[in-house]
Write a protein that binds this ligand. Sequence first.
Ligand SMILES: [Zn+2]
Length: 377
Amino acid sequence: MQALIEFKINNIIDMSDFSLVYDKKSMDFLYEYLNNYSPTSYEAENQKRWLEYLKPYIDDYMVDNYGTVVGIINPEAEYKVVIEAHADEISWYVNYIDDDGFIYVKRNGGSDPMIAPSKRVKIWGRKGVVPGVFGWPAIHLRKRGKLDPPALENIFIDVGAKSKEEVLEMGIHCGAVIAFDDELSEMNDKYFVGRALDNRIGGFMIAQVARLLKENGVKLPFGLYIVNAVMEEVGLRGAQMIADNLKPNVAIITDVGHDTTTPLIKTKEEGEFAVDKGPILSYAPAIHNKLMDIIMETARENDIPYQEEALSRSTGTDTDAFAFSSGGIVSALLSLPLRYMHTTVETVSKKDVLNIIKLYYFTLQKIENNHDFRYFS
Ligand SMILES: [Zn+2]
């Protein structure tokens, strides 16, 4: 039996074989999951989608008050290990509607005004979803030096209305949430391109880990909590809530990290990280050295390439929320290298995605039940 499982594992997670992770069912799910919307604090609809995909591979699940979803394997076990990603995406709020019917916005997360002009948007109003566009003065009409670059103060949305009354009549109100209207695609057979790969590709990866564990008959000795947290983009809020709630023993987070090798990024300051070179593994106070040792050892044993990064007092990811809660949860971060973060053309490598799934899968099998991570006792 063991030999058979070994054989299956090697076959399935062989790097030349993307078949299980990128089979039709998975890809259909990935496209549906990415092509739908999950603005911060409006994640519920897409969280349901994620849970439906995950259900065949888990024993139980829970949903918290703000919408974080947790799939559970071995719910009866006392020792709890979390694998986590965040479900929300950056978006905008309607902030002000002027008398001519143009809409000014506020950010919901780290949305970038610089890239907004000429993007199509969806606005979730009281009468349903309303299409609109971020307009911008034509190149012919801009006098050199007279126009400031796109910023929060000057970008505006046109919904085809001529007055404030008409906008309100369309069901749009202050506080209505807005997202860029854009879809997932692939580039050169090697890359996924789209909005909100930060971090729904993470939700895809942790779901695939659960699927591989189930389909390969891997029995873990501890409880595995597959967490898709809300509200990361506004300060790691969903992770804070669920960490306090679950009080797990270990948490391995995945999020995206910057590829710094594209033009106009100073590599000396930002370090040198690139897509296709494997997960970025960070050193930071929040990251537990002994857990990171296990992860790096697992990577080396399974020929998974990785890139090492120094972070300072914060990782800027849900890792911080887990590490510094509930008396200190043993935490680590697997960052997926990504180009053009918080744009609609976020780009990640299919190979890196597979390598993170693989790294999770083998690392979980190296963590013992009641694993004691204290440096000494
Ligand atoms: Zn982000």
